[in-house]
Design a protein around this ligand. Structure first.
Ligand code: HEC
Ligand code: HEC
Length: 352
């Protein structure tokens, strides 16, 4: 008896996974229209959904909005196979958290903090592109290999490369589809109509966001220096004088009264505990450099490009300081007990 009760959630999850992966014959799986579309007048909702489906296909036959016209039937077929494979990997390994439509609302999502990403606005946190930009495909691949340590997002580095690449393409399909749906629904909502001739412009705009990102890798302004104790000390000064400590606290733990805000998806969020030894966006100096330069999309973490561009060494000093506080616990230095625990325990611990 007690067994049945305790494993209820697991069984529920397994059951819903089976439904999601189409093992039951009844309803074929479908992407759901967003709440915004569902709120439109029925005729407009149908028009938006048809336009989105024409560019992004369906769950069973996904299409990438930014793909060029295939050169041959053979190319077309190969691309279909890849996206289909991506869909299969997604339905097996991602859907529990990220949801069938990529809305970040899979069956286990509600209990997670931070919440799984809702891909449909095209907003991603850990990018190598300027603030506000879309991620590069390589950024998503890096996230899959690394996982987001300190959150429930696992590392998938044991998957074959082919699976990783295909599932990332499928995430891109969902993100571009979601962004187009959002743009069209916003237009339909604001103008109370959607002029059929205008749709190609929206499609092109969405496509351009993703194509621009592919060509806008942030490179450091100056080469990576040796990380010395002097730099750490200068970095600490900058951390206190450039406003970082306002959110992250003087000790970097994020225990400040006013650091709790909302992210772009409407969930509450707070400044990272930089001392936790679990930097979500990667532990390499270049990762931290990019977080500081570009900020973190969708979160209150601003980009410091415009204020630090004229003193590029300060950026490296800050990187040195962040790395040093991040490593303190690992080096065995006791960090004083704080007021609260910034993050829920990771559901699946990913070893370093
Ligand atoms: C156990 C839950 C879980 C599973 C399974 C999971 N994710 Fe995630 N994922 C998350 C969470 C939570 C976040 C958000 C972390 C954050 O905001 O820091 C996330 C974020 C992401 C991001 C966004 C990164 C960014 O820069 O914003 C991508 C891309 C992603 N996941 C892809 C995948 C893919 C692809 C799979 C399957 C191969 C997958 N995830 C499986 C929980 C999960
Ligand atoms: C307005 C508040 C705010 C300010 C000011 C701010 N941050 Fe942040 N920072 C955040 C938030 C919120 C996050 C967590 C974002 C997320 O992952 O959702 C964050 C995350 C980070 C991360 C990434 C940590 C990780 O897990 O990878 C680094 C590094 C960082 N901040 C450094 C800095 C530095 C250095 C400064 C000053 C130059 C600074 N921050 C200023 C709010 C702020």
């Amino acid at each position: 008896m007690s067994f049945a009760i305790r494993s209820g959630t697991t069984l529920g999850l397994i059951a819903s996974l089976f439904t999601a992966s189409g093992c039951q014959r009844s309803e074929p799986v479908q992407w759901e229209a967003s709440q915004q579309v569902q709120n439109l007048a029925p005729a407009l909702a149908t028009q938006v959904s048809a336009a989105v489906q024409a560019r992004s296909g369906t769950v069973l036959l996904p299409k990438m909005l930014t793909d060029a016209e295939p050169k041959s039937e053979r190319d077309k077929f190969a691309r279909e196979l890849t996206l289909k494979h991506g869909q299969e990997v997604y339905m097996k390994r991602c859907v529990q958290c990220h949801g069938v439509s990529g809305d970040g609302n899979g069956p286990v999502a509600k209990n997670l903090y931070p919440r799984p990403r809702d891909y449909r606005r095209g907003i991603f946190k850990f990018t190598s592109t300027p603030y506000g930009g879309r991620p590069r495909r390589e950024d998503l691949i890096a996230t899959l290999y690394r996982g987001i340590i300190g959150t429930s997002m696992p590392s998938f580095r044991l998957l074959p490369k082919k699976d990783i690449e295909a599932v990332v393409d499928y995430v891109l399909v969902l993100a571009q589809r979601g962004e187009l749906e959002y743009q069209l629904a916003s237009e339909a909502d604001a103008s109370e109509e959607l002029i059929e001739e205008d749709i190609p412009d929206f499609v092109q705009d969405v496509g351009n966001h993703w194509k621009e990102a592919a060509a806008s890798l942030t490179q450091p302004l100056t080469p990576e220096p040796q990380l010395t104790p002097e730099r750490v000390a200068l970095g600490r000064e900058a951390f206190l004088s450039k406003g970082c400590s306002k959110c992250h606290g003087e000790d970097g733990r994020g225990h400040t009264k006013d650091n709790i805000g909302k992210d772009s998806w409407g969930h509450s969020t707070r400044a990272a505990d930089l001392t936790s030894g679990m930097l979500h966006g990667g532990q390499d100096p270049i990762d931290i450099y990019r977080r500081i330069m570009n900020g973190i999309n969708g979160s209150p973490m601003p980009g410091f490009k415009s204020s630090l561009e004229s003193e590029p060494e300060t950026i490296w000093n800050l990187v040195s300081y962040v790395l040093s506080v991040s490593n303190r616990r690992r080096e065995g230095t006791a960090v004083p007990a704080g007021l609260m625990k910034p993050y829920a325990e990771p559901v699946e611990a990913t070893a370093e």
